[in-house]
Write a protein that binds this ligand. Structure first.
Ligand SMILES: Nc1ncnc2c1ncn2[C@@H]1O[C@H](COP(=O)(O)OP(=O)(O)OP(=O)(O)O)[C@@H](O)[C@H]1O
Ligand SMILES: [Mg+2]
Length: 267
């Protein structure tokens, strides 16, 4: 079966004091090839845990995962990860960062340079190839992180709040870039975010998770990602349905946060 199949996945962490945390309970998701999925939910509902399991960094305590029919048992270049920040090699140049994966695979230099040049053009950093990472702004660094991930030719790109550390304007530009990359590369993308608007813009399918235990609360199929490709995202946000779904999700998450606070206060 093609795509990423998350079949009844659960994750229970055992704590040193003997306690347990049910970070995920019975998660079922079939993500088709080329799908753009955003995941939203209050802090602690298991978003990062789910992504780490998809990446193979963590082994689930229940259920199974497969990608294009192959069981996921650990990390692999076919599942690339883009973190919020800090995952680049600071002392290396932009070019060296992006060519890291291909060079580890032993790709011939000429071929590797061609791929790196192309990817840096895609993310708009063709003039910054020889710069060191510390010389770049936060938005540029995230573009390097995207290019580095793409250089490994993953089938699935897993993003854990990739734009969370950026200022509003840069973030908006990067949202447009994510949509462009999605359309041009046809990759499957799973993107976690705390921003309801971002989840609406960057999810053909938006998944709202709920905490304790971490689970899927609601799913939406949305037209905004498709509408936003090559378009002004501010115009997309003005769409009537955008406002309606945004308000519905905001109240949903607000209620969850209230419930968490209530439980904490009465504990
Ligand atoms: N290694 C671990 N050991 C014990 N508990 C953990 C571990 N990792 C995560 N947890 C717990 O699992 C739950 C889910 O954590 P996770 O980091 O996946 O949440 P999240 O939805 O990504 O939150 P945030 O939005 O704050 O990033 C939390 O209660 C967290 O404390
Ligand atoms: Mg997280």
């Amino acid at each position: 079966m093609s795509g990423l199949i998350i079949d009844d996945v659960s994750m229970t962490f055992e704590l040193p004091d003997g306690g347990k945390v049910e970070a995920l309970k019975n998660i079922n998701l079939n993500i088709r090839e080329g799908e753009l999925v955003s995941v939203l939910g209050p802090s602690g509902c298991g978003k990062t845990t789910l992504l780490n399991i998809c990446a193979g960094f963590l082994a689930q305590t229940g259920g199974n995962l497969s990608l294009n029919g192959d069981k996921v048992t650990g990390p692999s270049p076919e599942r690339g990860m883009v973190f919020q920040k800090g995952a680049l090699f600071e002392w290396m140049s932009v070019r060296q960062n992006v060519s890291f994966g291909p060079s580890m695979k032993g790709m011939p230099k000429a071929e590797m340079n061609g791929i790196v040049d192309h990817l840096l053009e895609v993310v708009g950093l063709q003039d910054f190839k020889e710069k060191a990472i510390y010389e770049l702004s936060g938005g540029m660094q995230q573009r390097v992180a995207l290019a580095r991930c793409l250089a490994n030719e993953p089938d699935v790109i897993l993003m854990d709040e990739p734009l969370g550390a950026l200022d509003a304007l840069t973030r908006e530009k990067m949202q447009g870039l994510v949509l462009k990359l999605w359309k041009e590369t046809g990759k499957t993308i799973i993107l976690i975010t705390h921003s309801v608007e971002e989840a609406l813009l960057l999810g053909e399918r938006l998944i709202v998770m709920a905490p304790r235990p971490g689970r899927i609360h609601k799913e939406y199929n949305l037209p905004f990602a498709e509408m936003g490709v090559g378009a002004d995202l501010r115009e997309v946000k003005k769409h009537k349905k955008f406002g309606v779904v945004r308000d519905e999700i905001l109240s949903m998450i607000w209620d969850m946060e209230e419930e968490i606070m209530g439980r904490t206060e009465s504990a």
